[in-house]
Design a protein around this ligand. Structure first.
Ligand code: IPD
Ligand code: CA
Ligand code: CA
Length: 256
């Protein structure tokens, strides 16, 4: 699959940029009170965009740091560094995420963790992989046996009560809750069966585009909080191995 192979190639190249800067001066700037951007975010994104422009000049691009540029109905959705706060603190849980959408449908994606050299990838109908090996979601059937991941939006201070309510409810009902700091990797860890469920609010298309294809191809389920279809342009995500999905939605429904 041409676009998938290209996404993998780009993610690996951009991952090299992140690894290069991991133990070096990162020139941290602030986009908001706790929303950082570093030289590595910018360089990684520049490499990816340059290569897409060379290879597919007519394609549209949606990238976190430089925004949207229009083109054909083929669109690359890019997070050049997902997990910037982790990265800035030398906490090794971050990645590059590249998704490819055609006519509004996510077709393939690659998420690369340069620290562990793990390349997660998937294409519609061909399955999900880590470093070329097929991966599948976990078999947990009960929320009480499940390990759940989540994240907190940068605007958490404006919705502290709602976010903590959700956190409290899942902490109570599950076996444990983790806050990884990279939504794209959270989704891939679920695809790999390392965790069983994930929920978050206010993510952006670049956080989820690649990870959602990878999770679905690994057998997972992704919806909004009420079980409606998930959109990368929406504000809610509940993702799971499928088996605990209804229980997760019930937890969220009870909070409303
Ligand atoms: C963030 C990470 C984090 C999530 C935040 C995202 P960034 O992306 O995915 O896990 O909780 O909501 O914004 O800023 O590191 O690319
Ligand atoms: Ca992100
Ligand atoms: Ca980012």
């Amino acid at each position: 699959m041409e676009h998938l192979d290209f996404a993998i190639e780009l993610a690996r190249e951009a991952g090299g940029v992140l690894k290069h800067y991991m133990n070096r001066e990162k020139h941290i700037e602030f986009k908001g009170r706790a929303n950082l951007v570093t030289v590595a975010d910018r360089e990684s994104e520049a490499v990816i965009i340059r290569r897409i422009r060379e290879r597919y000049p007519s394609h549209a691009i949606l990238a976190e740091e430089s925004g949207a540029s229009s083109g054909s109905d083929a669109k690359w959705i890019i997070d050049p560094l997902d997990g910037t706060t982790n990265f800035a603190h030398q906490y090794p849980f971050f990645c590059v995420s590249i998704g490819f959408e055609q006519s509004g449908r996510l077709l393939c994606g690659a998420v690369y963790d340069p620290w562990r050299d793990e390349m997660f990838s998937a294409g519609r109908g061909i399955g999900a992989f880590v470093n070329g090996e097929r991966i599948h979601v976990s078999e947990a059937v009960k929320l009480s046996d499940a390990l759940i991941m989540t994240g907190f939006p940068y605007g958490v201070r404006e919705k502290m009560e709602a976010v903590l309510e959700q956190f409290r409810a899942f902490l109570f009902e599950s076996q444990g809750v983790r806050r990884g700091g990279s939504a794209a990797l959270d989704l891939c860890y679920m695809a790999h069966g390392r965790v069983d469920g994930f929920w978050e609010v206010d993510l952006h298309p670049w956080d989820t585009a690649a990870g959602v294809v990878i999770l679905e191809e690994a057998g997972g389920r992704v919806t909004d909080f009420s079980g409606g279809p998930f959109s990368v342009y929406g504000k809610q995500i509940v993702a799971s191995n499928g088996r605990i999905h209804d229980e997760m939605m019930a937890v969220l429904a009870n909070l409303k």
